[in-house]
Design a protein around this ligand. Structure first.
Ligand code: TYM
Length: 331
């Protein structure tokens, strides 16, 4: 049995990228493995949310996890800040995490560009906090999208370094996991890059979006004037809509438009209309469940309390053992 850990930052609603990159992979594991899923609210402090936004976003993601099919009886579903043991491990790991390697991390370099007015040390040590999330449960598998690959590499480095420093074989090497094997990057609708909450208005499709909002965003997706020769390679923006169609539409639909492209008969308006219909159908069941679960205050609170208890029990055991290894002995 594997121990599985993954998390999502509560900085906005759940989008298709989160689902195909991470959540869908969790769901394939919860029946057989020892699974921990959490809401990374400590991580979200790097962008300085207001208290009201922080709480609202945590609640929303908790509801969306449940709506997506996470079973709190099978998995441990918890809020990161309910398990402060994570912070103690973060401190220990930071003692052996070097400034140079943290500065070279791609996500840190991206953040410096995105928020030059707020380059705080939480951003620099983001990978050690993430490593603490994973190592606190001594996880072996971490379902994530492609953008988290480097963080997993760093987690292995920090775990191995701890093992070497104290001459123990305590932390296993966690591997990034996707049940289709390749880690994925779901593109956004604005022509380049990935679907994401910080990638601009209209780029991401959220499960909580109303059908009309989805239709509008899809119809505005960036395209071009179409291929001029048969079997021309697809430019990035076009490849992106095809990739989105691949994940939400039937294979026949994808093949039909692919054929139209290859024979220069494609009409992007028609393709986007179809993509919008398929996205609305794909997100429909979750949209309904989000509404009903969100209305059940008692259930949401019960889930959070139950997760805290289960996650804390395991985290406390790790911290006890790590303290012992480091040399914090009882007097
Ligand atoms: P976050 O909140 O940015 O995203 C959550 C998960 O969704 C995946 N994802 C995507 N996958 C494919 N295509 C996309 N367009 C896309 N956008 C997002 C991310 O890869 C991620 O798996 N650092 C993490 C949160 C975290 C974490 C952890 C994850 C903190 N500690 C420990 C795993 C284990 C993050 O910022 O994800």
């Amino acid at each position: 049995m594997e121990t599985v850990v993954s998390g999502i930052r509560p900085t906005g609603n759940l989008h298709l990228g989160n689902y195909f990159g991470a959540l869908r992979n969790f769901l394939t594991m919860q029946n057989e493995h020892n699974c921990y899923f959490f809401i990374a609210d400590y991580h979200s402090l790097t962008t300085h949310p207001t208290p009201a936004d922080l709480h609202g976003n945590v609640r929303q993601i908790l509801v969306e996890y449940l709506a997506a099919g996470l079973d709190p009886e099978k998995s441990t579903l918890y809020i990161q800040s309910d398990v402060p043991e994570v912070v103690e491990l973060y401190l220990f790991l930071n003692m052996n995490a070097y400034i140079g390697e943290l500065e070279r991390c791609t996500s840190f370099k991206d953040k410096i560009r995105q928020q030059p007015e707020n380059v705080n040390s939480g951003l620099l040590t983001y990978p050690t906090l993430m490593a603490a999330d994973i190592l606190i449960h001594r996880a072996t598998k971490v379902p994530v999208g492609k953008d988290q690959e480097q963080h997993l590499e760093m987690t292995r480095t920090f775990g191995n370094r701890f093992n070497r420093l104290y001459n123990v074989d305590y932390f296993p090497e966690p591997q990034a996991f996707n049940f289709g094997n390749e880690l994925v990057k779901i593109p956004g609708l604005n022509g380049s890059g990935k679907m994401g909450k910080s990638e601009g208005e209209g780029n991401a499709i959220y499960f909580a979006d109303e059908p009309e909002a989805i239709r509008k965003k899809v119809m505005k997706a960036v395209t071009d004037s179409g291929p001029t020769e048969p079997h021309q390679p697809k430019p990035e923006a076009i490849q992106n809509i095809f990739q989105l169609m691949k994940v939400v539409s039937a294979p026949e639909t994808f093949n039909f438009f692919d054929e139209m492209y290859n024979t220069c008969q494609i009409r992007y308006g028609d393709m986007k209309k179809q993509l919008a219909v398929d996205m609305i159908a794909f997100t429909e069941p979750m949209r309904e469940r989000i509404k009903s679960i969100s209305a059940d205050e008692a259930y949401v609170s019960r889930v959070a309390r139950m997760g805290k208890e289960k996650a804390q029990e395991n985290a406390a055991k790790t911290i006890r053992e790590v303290r012992e290894i480091i040399g914090f002995k009882r007097f």
